[in-house]
Design a protein around this ligand. Structure first.
Ligand code: HDE
Length: 708
């Protein structure tokens, strides 16, 4: 007790512990004094705490005392801080916003969210990778989750989608297998957050139904530039049901108004090292800067008769419906305009479920979706530990909730009164009844058949859409797909797995199979895999499936890294800043020290990054504007050379001044100053640079640099 009081009355009363000075106690520990500038720290029970630096001991050098209820409570809470991470989609990042319909869709759905044009429904979105653990890097080659929760006036609607419109498997019973195969191998606990290993490709190569998805995951879709530049898809066929009970079939799409953009693989690997939080930081920064990301909700609406004559089964989640066959009708927009207040409370505790459906939206019989319906509730109980997870604010509906469910761990919404069952004859304040008029009515799809474990024969074509996807890519994108297969399969130690994959690729496209085999140094091609259905080569290319054909209209929302040294041309830098900001993009100054530099006019230029902390992989385009004074030191710096050689290899647009040439020489790019290099000779050239940047990358260079 004596020691506790000593701490409380300690020296240095006027020091402000939190901001300015550290006031030391007798053992050299930081000490705090009561200054009334801050609220008092308390225990979880509300008792004020006098000393948060020292445990209770029998004398300053004596053993700690069991009696210390303050320490016990603090450590107890700390020990239980973690909840189980998601078994899939563990690494994610969420933000708040709203959904706003453009028009009333009352003719096709009674869902409240689609009734009144312009009315905003609050939304929460969580983006994620699938395979990596919670602490893994953002730039893993992986599918991205795109889960949207809309707090509608008739209950929460969760559209738990991905950034790829198809999936690996057709039946939910295979989900544990694909996920086990993709995640770290069980004996060694690695590799994590990557599919470049034997188990994954062993499973895929033994699962022909995965071939369409295999093409998608080897495309640049799995290395998005950021969440803001990717599409989202509901994947499955759903139903919309109107007030008359009539249903239409629907597939959901999210289209980013920022346009599509991905990085290249070599860049992704380096971003993971330079900034493993690249995607979360990007979303956080964009929202904090008021540059709110936006997606349009698109519907592919079709009737049963289309489903009947379509080449594939609309219940098969390994197939998509080309937009050229059923156009996407944009019906509203989703805007993310608020970051979370607390990552754990919101992003970690948010609980999505395909079964969170308001009246007017219903499922189809897709066997993958049906399995998901079971899984999500189960997983919430495991993770959040109580059926009362809807009492947590991020999961709580923002409309009236009234039922007779009660009690359980951590119950926060506890009704008052005597009645807790139905039917009852009490005249009570809380006494809800079922509501046949407003309530959710399952669409009465007629169903019949034998009870069997079976796969429909209409699911049997595994290669035709894989081929259609491949031929829909630009040559640059096709090259990236080849390189990705070569990279991943090169990591497989078992040769038979590589061969089995190439055998499948022969059913997709012979040229693809040959190129991958060459990349693997394979020699003769293995025979093509047995196929239940021959690959159709009459399906036309679908330009909607290409990223590069759907790139941005402007450079808005992108970042330009500007490498400067002492003596940087002040007016040129000002002109560049002006044009970049005019375009809606952001300029980041990278300098030899983060203290910044002095420009040609003697002014101070602040820097956001030191050269080694701001490599060019973090930017969409770069400018190299050294002054005469600083260039020699800069040219000698390996990280500055990497800045240039990486920007070159990743086909970025590079603005420069003549002073940059010694650095370019050291970086080995002087012989290749192609059209992607723009010398800033005057302000007009600055505009030319920004206009070029709208193309995002100078892909023509890729043939020369051969880094994909
Ligand atoms: Fe999920 N999935 N999934 N999934 N899924 C989960 O739920 C599951 C599937 C998707 O940001 C889990 O809360 C099964 C397809 C997203 O919190 C779990 C099957 C698609 C997220 C689960 C699938 C998804 C999840 C793990 C096959 C795209 C993250 C933690 C039948 C349309 C949501 C959790 C978030 C999360 C099960 C397949 C998307 C275990 C059984 C297909 C975006 O319940």
């Amino acid at each position: 007790m004596a020691d506790e009081h000593a701490a409380h009355d300690g020296e240095g009363r006027d020091a402000r512990f939190a901001d300015e000075q550290i006031n030391l106690g007798p053992g050299g520990e930081p000490r705090q004094v009561a200054d009334h500038a801050h609220e008092s720290m308390t225990t979880d029970q509300g008792a004020p705490i006098a000393d948060d630096q020292n445990t209770l001991k029998a004398g300053p050098r004596g053993p700690s005392l069991l009696e210390d209820q303050i320490f016990r409570e603090k450590i107890f809470h700390f020990d239980h801080e973690r909840i189980p991470e998601r078994v899939v989609h563990a690494r994610g990042f969420g933000a708040h916003g709203f959904f706003e319909p453009y028009e009333s869709l009352a003719d096709i759905t009674r869902a409240d969210v689609f009734q009144r044009p312009g009315e905003r429904t609050p939304a929460f979105v969580r983006f994620s990778t699938v395979a990596g653990n919670k602490g893994s890097g953002d730039l893993a080659r992986d599918v991205r989750g795109f889960a949207v929760k809309m707090y509608t006036q008739e209950g929460n609607w969760d559209l738990v989608g991905n950034n790829i419109p198809v999936f690996f498997i057709q039946d939910a019973i295979k989900f544990p297998d694909i996920i086990h195969a993709a995640k770290q191998e069980p004996d060694r606990g690695f590799p994590q957050a990557q599919t470049a290993h034997d188990n994954f490709w062993d499973f895929i190569s033994l699962s022909p139904e995965s071939m369409h998805m295999a093409l998608w995951i080897m495309s640049d879709r799995t290395i998005p530039r950021s969440f803001r530049f990717m599409e989202g898809f509901g994947v499955h066929t759903f139903r919309l049901v109107n007030a008359a009970g009539e249903a239409t079939l629907v597939k959901f799409h999210w289209k980013p108004t920022q346009g599509l953009q991905s990085v290249v693989w070599n860049e992704a690997i380096k971003i993971n090292g330079a900034d493993p939080d690249f995607h979360r930081r990007d979303l956080w920064d964009a929202i904090q800067a008021g540059n709110f990301p936006e997606w349009e909700l698109g519907l592919q609406i079709f009737e049963e008769d289309f489903a009947e004559q379509f080449e594939f089964d609309v219940l098969d989640a390994t197939k998509l419906i080309p937009e050229e066959q059923v156009p996407v009708r944009t019906v509203g927009r989703l805007v993310l305009d608020r970051v979370v207040d607390n990552f754990f409370a919101e992003t970690e505790q948010v609980a999505f479920h395909t079964g969170n459906l308001p009246p007017g939206i219903d499922v189809s019989e897709d066997p993958l979706l049906q399995g998901r319906h079971f899984s999500y509730l189960d997983t919430q109980l495991k993770r959040l530990g109580s059926p009362n997870f809807t009492h947590i604010p991020v999961n709580a509906p923002q409309c009236p909730v009234s039922h007779f469910q009660q009690d359980g761990h951590m119950a926060m919404r506890n009704p008052t009164g005597r009645v807790n069952y139905e039917p009852n004859s009490w005249d009570a304040e809380h006494n809800p009844r079922q509501d046949p008029d407003r309530g959710f009515v399952t669409y009465p799809e007629p169903v019949q058949g034998e009870k069997r474990r079976a796969r429909s024969e209409t699911f049997a074509d595994h290669y035709s859409q894989a081929r259609q996807f491949y031929i829909s890519q630009t040559p640059t994108e096709q090259t990236h797909i080849v390189s990705a297969f070569v990279f991943e399969l090169s990591k497989c130690e078992r040769l038979s797995i590589r061969a089995r994959m190439v055998a499948h690729l022969r059913n997709v496209d012979e040229g693809l199979a040959r190129a991958v085999a060459d990349g693997l140094g394979m020699g003769d091609l293995p025979p093509a895999a047995d196929a239940l259905r021959p690959t159709r080569d009459d399906l036309p290319a679908s330009p909607a499936l290409s990223i590069l054909d759907n790139g941005p209209a402007s450079f808005a929302g992108r970042k330009v890294g500007v490498l400067v040294t002492e003596g940087v041309d002040a007016s040129l830098l000002a002109a560049l800043r002006h044009e970049i900001e005019d375009e809606g993009a952001m300029l980041v100054v990278v300098a030899p020290t983060v203290g910044g530099v002095v420009d040609s006019d003697g002014g101070h230029v602040g820097a956001q990054e030191k050269v080694d902390g701001g490599p060019s992989v973090l930017f969409d385009a770069v400018a190299v504007l050294p002054g005469r004074e600083g260039i020699d030191d800069l040219a000698a710096e390996a990280t500055a050379q990497d800045f240039v050689s990486d920007a070159h290899a990743h086909c970025k647009f590079i603005a420069y001044t003549a002073e940059a040439m010694p650095l370019f020489a050291k970086a080995g790019v002087t012989d290749d100053l192609d059209d992607g290099y723009i010398e800033l000779t005057d302000p007009d050239a600055v505009r030319t640079f920004l206009t070029a940047c709208r193309g995002v990358r100078h892909w023509d260079r890729e043939r020369m640099v051969n880094v994909t």
